[in-house]
Write a protein that binds this ligand. Structure first.
Ligand SMILES: [Zn+2]
Ligand SMILES: [Zn+2]
Length: 198
């Protein structure tokens, strides 16, 4: 599996394109569909996965899904965020019309990709982490030496603590590919996360 990563938009949210056997998955099409189409190249995209519903991770969703005629997946508890235009900075003022499929916890097979969906609420109610071939695409739940903020609409700090404790139970060999900034490993973040959850 080849991973192409590019920070996009005002908030530099990481968009990931995973390529395997000529097929690709697009995680968090934040902004600038032109760049995402470049990342996809001549692979054949099969789906868009959203770690959560915040504008910096979804704003190119409609263009990308329309361009490739592919489905998108989002946790049901974040579906309403796609409609809350007034909660977005003016630069993101756009109506989202893509109907996302509901993500459920557990295995999701998409072409050659076996995705394990972990529901990790806190930063938002419908935040998830995607585990794919030893990588954990963690959205805004956990970063290198940081965790997601919980002062947004539908955030919950107690849920975030529960989710972080749950992440500590996953394989320490996982490479964490977060929604912002650089990648890390669960092994390297273990101490930091333990200090936060107490
Ligand atoms: Zn977010
Ligand atoms: Zn973000």
């Amino acid at each position: 599996m080849n991973i192409i990563k590019r920070p996009l938009g005002l908030y530099k949210a990481n968009c990931y394109v995973l390529v395997k056997e000529g097929k690709s998955l697009i995680i968090d099409p934040g902004f600038h569909s032109k760049h995402i189409i470049e990342m996809v190249g001549d692979s054949e995209p099969i789906a868009v996965l959203l770690t959560h519903g915040h504008c910096d991770h979804v704003s190119a969703l409609d263009e990308v899904c329309e361009h490739y005629n592919i489905p998108a997946y989002l946790h049901p508890l974040d579906q309403e965020l796609l409609q809350l235009i007034r909660r977005r900075p003016s630069v993101y003022k756009k109506k989202m019309y893509t109907n996302c499929n509901d993500l459920v916890t557990g295995k999701l097979q998409l072409g050659p990709f076996e995705v394990i969906v972990h529901h990790t609420p806190g930063h938002s109610a419908g935040s998830v982490c995607f585990e794919i071939e030893g990588h954990l695409f963690s959205g805004d739940t956990v970063f290198k030496q940081n965790v997601g903020n919980t002062d947004n609409y539908n955030s919950n700090p107690e849920d975030l603590i529960t989710s972080l404790k749950y992440i500590l139970t996953l394989s320490k060999d996982l490479i964490i590919d977060p929604g912002h900034k650089e990648s890390t490993t669960l092994k390297d973040e273990e101490e930091f996360i333990k200090n936060i959850v107490g």
